[in-house]
Each structure stands twice: as C-alpha cells, then as structure tokens.
Design a protein around this ligand. Structure first.
Ligand SMILES: [Zn+2]
Length: 69
C-alpha cells in the first residue's frame, strides 16, 4: 500500500499517511493544516534491513525481485 511521508509546512511536523488516492487531501495530524509537502514514498522504515534476506521483509519484495534494498 502506498504510504507517503509528509512534512507540515505550518508546524514542521513530519508524519506518514496512507494514501489510497493521490488526489486525496492530507492534513497535518497536529495542527490540521493542509499546507503539507509530500516528501517521498516509503514502504517501511530503513531499520527493516535487519530482516533482509527473508522472503517477507516487509517491503513486499522477494529476494530475487527486490528493488528497494
Ligand atoms: Zn502541522
């Protein structure tokens, strides 16, 4: 599922939001401002590299097709 990281331009809060549609409006959970900037799409936190090599490392990839490590 597409999870995006946002940075609020109003209070500088960083948060992650699951977007079902790219047209969906995102509001900052802290100040409810809509002045948020989408930073990048992420699958999981980089800390999941510890599970690298496992078939289900949380990134949705298999070791043979992994494109995100
Ligand atoms: Zn905010």
């Amino acid at each position: 599922m597409p999870i995006y990281e946002f940075s609020c331009q109003h209070c500088e809060n960083s948060f992650e939001e699951l977007l079902l549609s790219s047209r969906e409006t995102v509001a900052c959970p802290r100040c409810e401002s809509h002045a948020v900037e989408r930073k990048l799409s992420i699958f999981r936190s980089p800390g999941n590299d510890a599970g690298k090599g496992m078939a289900s490392g949380g990134c949705g990839c298999t070791p043979n097709t992994c494109a995100c490590h």
